[in-house]
Ligand binder design. Structure first.
Ligand SMILES: [Zn+2]
Length: 183
């Protein structure tokens, strides 16, 4: 059962579904200041991911909430991000009327259920979006602040010396790979 959250102090009423090319996205009709709460997310907590879920923790995925943010597209240079302390979507910078509101899917998904070719138009577009684990260190560092606690732990918190592994090795990661689709 989805817990319905009060959206009265958010920008949800300013959001509208619009077209970007041959698909839909979420656009704002009002100016949204940096840091403002755009939507309070809601949804069931699931033990395993699905096409629409957002990974919160190791075995914790937030399912579809039935609100407009379910339709938010990915951008490699997103203007919004998820704040995990209160499960809200907030503006990363000022968003102007008519702009599409996007989040970065790689900030929550280590391994996307649906890989896709990105057309966000950013100078730093990933090309093919596959998930956080496939980002280069530089790409991951650029979204470090918006990574889910789960991914922050995985990539940025040093494990204790007696745990055997060190996931924060500056020498680079084996799965870094060439970004062959980079444009
Ligand atoms: Zn992109």
């Amino acid at each position: 059962m989805v817990t319905v959250r009060d959206q009265s102090d958010t920008f949800i009423e300013c959001l509208t579904i619009g077209a970007r090319g041959d698909r839909t996205g979420v656009f704002t009709v009002a100016s949204i200041l940096k840091g403002a709460v755009i939507v309070k997310m809601q949804g069931d907590l699931l033990a395993s991911p699905n096409e629409y879920s957002i990974q919160i923790d190791t075995h914790k995925h937030l399912g579809k909430g039935g609100l407009i943010d379910d339709e938010m597209n990915h951008s490699c240079d997103a203007n919004a991000k998820i704040e995990f302390t209160d499960l809200t979507i907030r503006a990363k910078r000022q968003i102007t009327p008519g702009e599409e509101v996007c989040i970065n899917y790689c900030a929550t998904e280590d391994n996307l259920a649906n890989i896709f070719r990105c057309d966000c138009g950013s100078a730093h577009c990933y090309g093919i979006v596959t998930g956080c684990q496939y980002l280069s260190r530089e790409q991951r560092d650029s979204i470090k602040d918006e990574l889910s606690p789960y991914l922050k732990r995985k990539y940025y918190v040093k494990e204790s010396p007696n745990s055997g592994g060190d996931v924060n090795d500056d020498e680079g990661e084996p799965q870094q790979g060439d970004q062959a689709e980079h444009q």
